[in-house]
Structures are given as structure tokens and as C-alpha cells.
Design a protein. Structure first.
Lengths: 357, 326
């Protein structure tokens, strides 16, 4: 073997190397190149009188990529240089994704905190002119809670039963079709779900819907596939030994499912349901078509228009003046907080109830 | 002796355990839920079609090629040309931006980030998915639009010759398909990243270690062993993102200043998309106008159905052979 290695070296035309590893840049070199690139970038930006700091950053980034390629190619070779460029591109793609998230959260919090207070949470928009400051989201919070609640009551049992069917009973063509259409249903745009309920109302009742319940039905359609998918994943994680042990004791299959399989997976199932709730709580398109929105408190989801948090934001944005924009930001902050809390609680349950290994 | 006599008694005992009323009810219920789901999908298609056909049959324009959306005129004239164009263009822009970046993030999480950071970073990307679309819309309209003005002017100054980046009125606000595309790109990042990440995680460790053992750099490992394996998965992840971008409503409705014009200049504040048109025109529409909107919704439904179905089929086919490799 050693013979073949010593043969290979002159053949490749590489000068004799005294060390086993090739020449390497010191570990601090990317940092040094980065600092250098930023200094030169700022100098060029300031020198050329570019106003936008984004442009300064871009120049610095290009200088960094080019600089590290040149230096690495000089010292370590071209393959290593390409590797460096790929590394910096992949790092920058990550940073690019974080910037909008940071900006969105920062803007929402700083602008929303301005008018968000106890009054905002406990008052409706009744008798508040759009150009006036004041008013609140109380009616919208009630609407959201009721619509999302009804949608959950409809979609969660159907979704969980469908998942049980797919995992415990499903064989053959029907199960295949259901699996496929659950996936396809995940991609149904929310506006299409809204239009469907709209035409359902037209065809069956002959009039346009204007109630929270119609909105809940559309939300349930959006929620159903999410619940099915997550429940399915969780049921698949339940070890077969548990089912077999229960069946071997003579427990009927349906009792096995309700008393052994579902309780084992209940943490994951409730996490999935809560994430689905978080998803539909932010949907405004079907609400705009079916519930219409209202400035007054309407606690009855089965008759009369209601509001909802996301639709409220859309409405306030549409008013197009500063007090309304302030309300829109504050409502966005409330909505994000609601969704994030649901997310965190859901993940907390998942961790707390996770099967110990 | 006894062992010889037991086999004849076994078959009848087995038969007795098969049906219990509770079992039959429960399996019927769960099967019914599955069937209900199929019925809902079929009902969506049927009910939309019923209303859409009655609207299209009264359309005095060509439904596919007319630019205007004026179903309230007498005779009614409306068509989806501008909407289809705007939907496709904004989705293409979103894909061009989002796919490479998502792939980059997925690779970052799986191969580049310090191991301890991978989980939290994936969580942050999930948070991007949890933000409601109306909040993206609000942020897009009140923050992104004014901040993109500089970029628009720069593109107009330097890339005007490409026609695409020509801006007819440099002073108009950036409420264009280009801005919508950027916003959609941010919104579909998480789904493309998550699905790609799952696929990349399935790449056999052996392939990568073999490449490393041959002296490949990290980038060569990715290019030679990770990407070829993950290609179909990344394609279907992108198509899932495309499905979402096509149907996105509120973020487009708040950002775009819509008008029935079809322009190759993506920086001009004109155009429209299916879902944006539905929300924008719904308030003033009479019953016939709503049917016309339902007709455009049906087109959107069919398009997203095809895109998502194709994506899922690719994933499903992949699963079969990746299982053999694992």
C-alpha cells in the first residue's frame, strides 16, 4: 500500500509535502476576512455616498465571499475555496430568513403596544368612528373564540376518527384514497373553502350566509386534514406490543383503541389539535366571505354577522388612517400572542406527555 | 394425547371472536369519518361547479381571455386572464426566491449549524409558519412596501433594459407583483424548508461518510451524495410551497393595488390574483357577481388540486424506494 501512495504523488504532479495534512488557514481567518469585508464595505458605501445601509451590507457580503474564495484558493486550493463559498451562501440564506421574522415581530410589538391596554381588550368598535382613536377588539375576540371553538368541535372528532380508521382499520383502496385526499385537502386554499360554504348556502338555503357558524364550517374544512395528519403520525408511534397485549387479554378491538391506543397517544393528539387551532385562528379569507364582520358584540354564532381577530385586522387596515392602523397593529399583536401561546402550550404538552424511553 | 385433540376445536373459537356489536359500531364510525372526508372533497368540487357553470354560461366575454372583471355590467363581461397571469407570475417570483433559500436553510440545519443549535433554529422557522397570513399582509403593506421602494428604484435604474424590471412610473408605490412575490416567498419558506429537511435527513449516512472518507469537502458531500438523493423530495416540497403561494389571499389583497392590466413590468402596481380578486370584489358583488367569483375560485381550486396532488404523488413514490435503501 505504501508503495502505491509514493507512486501516486509524482504522477499527480504535487510537490512533495512534508506534513500529512495540506496547508490550512488558521481558524480565525473567516472572522478576519469578515471584519475586513465590513470595513471596506462601509468605506465604499460611505465614500460613494450610498444612502441605504442594506447596500453597504450587500457590498460587504460580496467582498466577504470573494475575499474568502481568493484567500482560500491561494492557501488551501480551489476545492476548499468552493466549500468556503458554499458555507457562506448557506449561512447567509439562514440569516436572510431570520431578518423578515425579526422585522415582523419587532414592528408588530413596537407598533401594537402603543394602543394595547385593558380598554382595547374589553371594548368593541360600537359607536367608534374609524378616524377616531379608541375602541377595541372585544367583539372580535369573542367571534374568534366562538368560531374556532365550533370548528374544533366539528373537526377534531371527525379528524381523530379518520386517523383511527387509517391506522387501525384502513386496508385497501378506500384507505389509499382517504390518505391521498387528506394530503390534497391540506392544500385547499382558505378562500376556496369559504367559496364552497358560500355556494352550499346558496344551493341548499337559497340565501347568503352571514353567521359565525358558516365561518366555522369553512374553518373546520381547513382544520380537518391537519388533525388527521398529526393524529395519524401519533397513532403510528404507539408500539404494537401494547395493542397485542390488550387483544391477548381478550379486550375487544374498539376497547383496545379507546382505552389503550388513544390514551397512549393523547399528548401528541392534543398537540396536533392545538396546532390546527393555531392555524385556523389566523384565517381571515373565509370570514370575509361568510361572516362579514360587525362592529358590535354578537355572542350568538348562529345568527347575525360577527367579527374575528384576523378579519378585524383586515377591516382596520382597509380604513386607511392612522388610528385604524394602530388598532390593526394592536390586534395583530393580540392575534400573534394568541397563536404563539397555543403553539407553546401544544409543544409543552408534547414534551410533557412524550413517551419515555 | 390432548394436544392431538385440540386442533379441531380451534377454528370455531376463532370465528366467535370476530364480530362484537361495539367493534362493528366503532369501525363503522371511523370508516364513516374517512368516507365523510372524501364526500367533503367531492362536495367542494360539485357545489363550486354548479354555481360556476351557471355564471360562465351568462358571460358575454371569453372567460379565459377577458381582462376585465365586470359581472355587474349588462351584459356581464368577466374573465380570468389578468388573474391567472398575476397568480402565476407572483408565484414564480416567490419560488425563485424561496426555493434556493429554503434549501440553504434546510442544509444549514442538517449539515452546517452546530448540532445544539439545529433544533432551536428549526423551531424559529416553524414560528414563521405560525404567523397568520393577515399579519404578513399588514406587515407587507405598511412596512415592506415603503422599504422596498429603494430596491425598486435601483432595479429600474440598472436593470430597466430587461423589460421585466422596467418601472413605468418610478414614483408609484411598490404595490406590485414583485413585492407580492417577495412576501409570498417569506410565507412559503417554512413549508419548503421543513419538507426538504425531512428528506435530507433520510439521506443514508453511509453515502455521506463514504464521500468524506474519500476526502470530499463538505460541499462536495452535499453536491455528490445529498442533493442527488434528495432531489425529488425537494421538488415536491417546492410544489407544496407553490400550492400555498397560489392560494394565498390576505397578504396579496392588502399589498397589491389591483387593476385589470396585464403588464410584463413586474414592478408596476397593476395586476391581480385569483384570491385577491375574490376578496376585493366580494363586498360589492350581487348574487350573480358572487357566482362569477365562485367560477374563478373553481379554477384556483383545480390548479391547487393538480399542483398538490402531483407533489404528493412524487413524495409517495419516493417513500417506496427510500424505504428499500434505508
Amino acid at each position: 500500500m505504501s508503495h502505491s501512495i509514493s507512486d501516486a504523488k509524482p504522477a499527480a504532479g504535487v510537490p512533495p509535502v512534508t506534513r500529512l495534512a495540506g496547508r490550512r488557514l488558521p481558524r480565525w481567518s473567516p472572522l478576519a476576512i469578515g471584519v475586513g469585508a465590513i470595513v471596506v464595505g462601509v468605506a465604499i458605501g460611505a465614500g460613494a455616498g450610498l444612502k441605504s445601509h442594506v447596500q453597504w451590507g450587500l457590498i460587504a457580503l460580496i467582498l466577504f465571499v470573494a475575499g474568502s474564495y481568493a484567500v482560500t484558493a491561494q492557501v488551501e486550493g480551489r476545492r476548499q475555496a468552493k466549500d468556503r463559498v458554499a458555507t457562506s451562501l448557506i449561512w447567509s440564506s439562514f440569516i436572510l430568513a431570520v431578518i423578515p421574522l425579526y422585522s415582523l415581530v419587532e414592528t408588530t410589538i413596537s407598533k401594537g403596544a402603543k394602543v394595547l391596554d385593558g380598554t382595547f381588550l374589553t371594548h368593541s368598535m360600537n359607536n367608534v368612528l374609524t378616524i377616531q382613536p379608541g375602541g377595541g377588539v372585544y367583539h372580535a375576540i369573542i367571534g374568534t373564540l366562538e368560531q374556532v371553538g365550533i370548528a374544533t368541535v366539528i373537526a377534531a372528532p371527525i379528524g381523530i376518527l379518520t386517523a383511527v380508521y387509517l391506522v387501525e382499520y384502513g386496508r385497501g383502496a378506500l384507505a389509499k384514497w382517504v390518505t391521498f385526499f387528506v394530503d390534497v385537502m391540506t392544500g385547499v386554499p382558505s378562500i376556496v373553502a369559504g367559496l364552497f360554504i358560500l355556494s352550499l348556502w346558496f344551493v341548499l338555503l337559497g340565501k347568503a350566509p352571514a353567521s359565525g357558524f358558516a365561518g366555522s364550517l369553512a374553518l373546520a374544512i381547513l382544520m380537518l386534514p391537519v388533525v388527521v395528519r398529526s393524529t395519524e403520525e401519533m397513532l403510528k408511534l404507539v408500539p404494537n406490543e401494547l395493542r397485542e397485549a390488550s387483544l391477548a387479554l381478550g379486550v375487544p378491538k374498539w376497547r383496545t383503541i379507546t382505552k389503550v391506543v388513544i390514551p397512549t397517544a393523547i399528548g401528541g393528539i392534543s398537540t396536533g389539535v392545538m396546532l390546527a387551532i393555531a392555524r385556523i385562528a389566523g384565517e381571515s379569507a373565509p370570514i370575509a366571505l361568510l361572516v362579514f364582520g360587525s362592529n358590535m358584540i354578537n355572542t350568538n354564532p348562529f345568527s347575525g354577522p360577527q367579527s374575528s381577530l384576523p378579519y378585524y385586522i383586515y377591516q382596520q387596515y382597509g380604513n386607511g388612517n392612522d388610528p385604524s392602523y394602530d388598532r390593526a397593529w394592536a390586534a395583530a399583536l393580540v392575534l400573534i400572542a394568541f397563536v404563539m401561546i397555543l403553539n407553546l402550550v401544544a409543544r409543552g404538552i408534547a414534551r410533557w406527555k412524550a413517551p419515555k424511553r | 394425547m390432548t394436544t392431538v385433540e385440540t386442533p379441531p376445536t380451534a377454528p370455531p373459537r376463532q370465528a366467535a371472536t370476530v364480530t362484537r356489536p361495539g367493534d362493528r359500531i366503532f369501525s363503522g364510525l371511523s370508516r364513516g369519518a374517512g368516507i365523510l372526508l372524501l364526500v367533503v372533497m367531492a362536495a367542494i368540487a360539485i357545489f363550486l361547479t354548479v354555481r360556476a357553470v351557471s355564471a360562465i354560461s351568462k358571460d358575454h366575454g371569453n372567460f379565459l381571455t377577458t381582462f376585465e372583471w365586470t359581472p355587474s355590467l349588462n351584459p356581464p363581461v368577466f374573465g380570468i386572464a389578468v388573474l391567472a397571469y398575476g397568480t402565476v407570475i407572483s408565484s414564480i417570483i416567490a419560488m425563485v426566491i424561496a426555493v434556493p433559500i429554503s434549501l440553504g436553510i434546510a442544509l444549514f440545519i442538517t449539515h452546517y449549524a452546530p448540532r445544539r443549535l439545529g433544533g432551536p433554529i428549526a423551531y424559529v422557522i416553524d414560528l414563521l409558519a405560525a404567523v397568520p397570513s393577515i399579519v404578513y399582509g399588514l406587515w407587507g403593506a405598511l412596512f415592506l412596501v415603503p422599504h422596498l421602494k429603494g430596491l425598486n428604484l435601483w432595479l429600474d435604474d440598472h436593470l430597466s433594459w430587461t423589460v421585466i424590471f422596467h418601472k413605468s412610473d418610478p414614483n408609484s408605490a411598490a404595490r406590485s407583483l414583485f413585492t407580492v412575490g417577495i412576501l409570498l416567498a417569506i410565507m412559503i419558506l417554512p413549508i419548503i424548508t421543513n419538507v426538504s429537511r425531512e428528506v435530507i435527513n433520510q439521506v443514508p449516512k453511509m453515502h455521506q461518510e463514504a464521500a468524506l472518507a474519500l476526502g470530499a469537502t463538505r460541499w462536495e458531500v452535499i453536491r455528490l451524495s445529498v442533493l442527488p438523493f434528495a432531489r425529488s423530495g425537494v421538488i415536491s416540497a417546492s410544489m407544496l410551497g407553490l400550492g400555498r403561494a397560489l392560494g394565498e389571499t390576505m397578504a396579496v389583497a392588502t399589498v397589491l393595488s389591483a387593476s385589470p392590466e396585464l403588464s410584463a413590468h413586474i414592478l408596476d402596481p397593476v395586476g391581480g390574483t385569483f384570491s385577491q380578486n375574490i376578496v376585493a370584489k366580494f363586498g360589492e358583488a350581487d348574487e350573480f357577481g358572487r357566482d362569477a367569483l365562485i367560477a374563478s375560485g373553481l379554477v384556483l381550486f383545480v390548479i391547487t388540486l393538480l399542483v398538490n396532488g402531483a407533489a404528493r404523488l412524487i413524495i409517495a413514490r419516493r417513500k417506496e424506494y427510500s424505504g428499500a435503501n434505508a
